[in-house]
Write a protein that binds this ligand. Structure first.
Ligand SMILES: Cc1cc2nc3c(=O)[nH]c(=O)nc-3n(C[C@H](O)[C@H](O)[C@H](O)COP(=O)(O)OP(=O)(O)OC[C@H]3O[C@@H](n4cnc5c(N)ncnc54)[C@H](O)[C@@H]3O)c2cc1C
Length: 399
């Protein structure tokens, strides 16, 4: 094999999924993750369309299904918690979406780690510092570990990828802010309703709660905003900002904000999409959010990562490790599929974060209409894009 050693940056979803397949194809894999352990947190994410087939081929369907979150659907509530519009999952039975797998992101990340940790070297609490390509490999220095030379490097380190910054250039050229921010964190409050509840407030703000598999409530806060000067590592500053922005919002906002400082899994980021004109440079490739983050608004990030990991590893194996052949083939196989996955659902940001009371009422009314029987098929198309047009290539595994 031409190239055998692969260093992956990031142990989120894409990194461990790639490690799984590369190991199966006979590569020696190391994953470096900046966090001290696999990061918990995030809300339920969907495994849709072609990605369901990938987890099937990984032999993980039963384990993932055992940890799925059962949600009755989505409901919009007013200040007093009265339901204004509902989109029950069962209303779409027969429209092809009920077979979706929904699992908390942290649970999926842990399952992928557990499926690979015996075969792959994981280095936590570390990060790539520099990358220097040589004719025969890539010389890598780290924040903590000793330098080493590997054959190939894959950046699966998320929307703010350090690998992309080192190999492709500054983030501003690749990350397109969509004009809003989002925060997720878990709270100690029990959830016995089983619904994804959203409460919109004027000014393009929304507060939401979702049930978790552990009987607790997971909170979501999101608001329209141009890019803000807030440090991505400064959790206290992010929490102060949220508390100030939502101070006057009704429903359960006050009790959710009260639980925020104690959450161990607080996550805050802009809604952004990553657009790169290519996914590799020399011996360095990008995968998942680092390459093409579609934004959580699409519900496609996890599915695209799982499919991308399968294809990237498969193409490397098919080319006998020759990245010069494999990387362009990986991109050619996936570009159109990824572009489809990046399409925002009907209404885009204004459907999720309507700016005024009138716009909120209009959105609720259109949601009621769209859940009605005659419009369900259209709603399915607008809101549950499957990005499943890809016929999964076959790659022979060596183990
Ligand atoms: C904590 C968290 C919560 C999330 N919650 C949601 C959600 O609720 N809904 C949703 O749709 N999407 C969510 N996402 C995004 C979602 O996980 C991705 O869109 C999708 O799964 C693609 O995964 P990825 O592996 O490419 O990126 P990510 O899941 O973002 O994983 C990237 C990994 O790289 C690590 N990393 C970052 N920088 C470095 C570095 N310099 N060196 C080494 N490692 C690094 C990060 O710690 C992370 O573990 C969340 C992401 C995170 C990290």
């Amino acid at each position: 094999m031409t190239n055998r050693t692969v260093l992956i940056s990031g142990a989120g979803i894409a990194g461990p999924a790639l490690a799984f397949w590369l190991h199966r194809h006979g590569f020696a894999v190391t994953v470096v993750e900046r966090a001290p352990a696999v990061r918990p947190g995030g809300q339920a994410v969907d495994i849709r369309g072609t990605a369901r087939e990938v987890v099937g081929r990984m032999g993980l369907t039963a384990r993932i299904r055992a940890e799925c979150v059962a949600e009755h659907g989505l409901a919009y509530v007013d200040d007093d918690g009265r339901v204004r519009a509902r989109m029950p999952v069962h209303a779409f039975a027969g429209e092809g979406i009920v077979a979706d797998i929904e699992i908390e992101r942290g649970d999926l990340a842990r399952l992928l780690y557990e499926a690979t940790r015996d075969d792959v070297a994981y280095v936590f609490d570390d990060s790539i510092e520099t990358l220097t390509e040589t004719p025969g490999g890539v010389r890598v220095t780290f924040a903590r570990s000793a330098p080493r030379t590997v054959d190939l490097v894959v950046g699966a380190d998320g929307v703010h990828s350090r690998t992309r910054a080192l190999a492709f250039g500054p983030e501003s050229a690749y990350v397109r802010p969509l004009g809003a921010y989002v925060a997720y964190f878990s709270t100690p409050y029990p959830d016995d309703e089983g619904w994804f509840l959203l409460h919109n407030a004027p000014g393009g703000r929304v507060v939401g709660t979702r049930p978790t598999r552990h009987g607790r409530t997971s909170a979501l806060f999101s608001f329209l905003s141009p890019p803000l000067d807030v440090d991505r590592r400064d959790v206290a500053a992010q929490q102060r900002l949220l508390a100030a922005r939502f101070a006057d919002v009704g429903w359960r906002t006050r009790e959710l904000l009260a639980a925020m400082p104690d959450a161990a899994d607080f996550y805050f980021d802009l809604y952004g999409q990553v657009r790169t004109d290519r996914w590799s440079r020399g011996r360095v490739a990008l995968l998942g959010d680092a390459a093409w983050c579609p934004s959580p608004l699409t519900g496609q990030g996890t599915s695209l990562s799982l499919v991308g990991a399968y294809v990237l590893a498969g193409e490397l194996a098919a080319a006998d490790g020759d990245h010069a052949r494999a990387f362009p083939r990986y991109e050619a196989a996936l570009r159109a599929h990824v572009q489809k996955g990046q399409e925002l659902p009907g209404g885009g940001l204004s459907g999720f974060l309507p700016a005024s009371r009138a716009a909120i009422r209009l959105r609720d009314a259109s949601m009621r209409a769209m859940t009605s029987r005659p419009l369900r098929r259209l709603t399915t198309r607008l809101f549950f894009s499957q990005a499943d047009g890809l016929a999964l290539p076959e790659y022979a595994a060596t183990r």
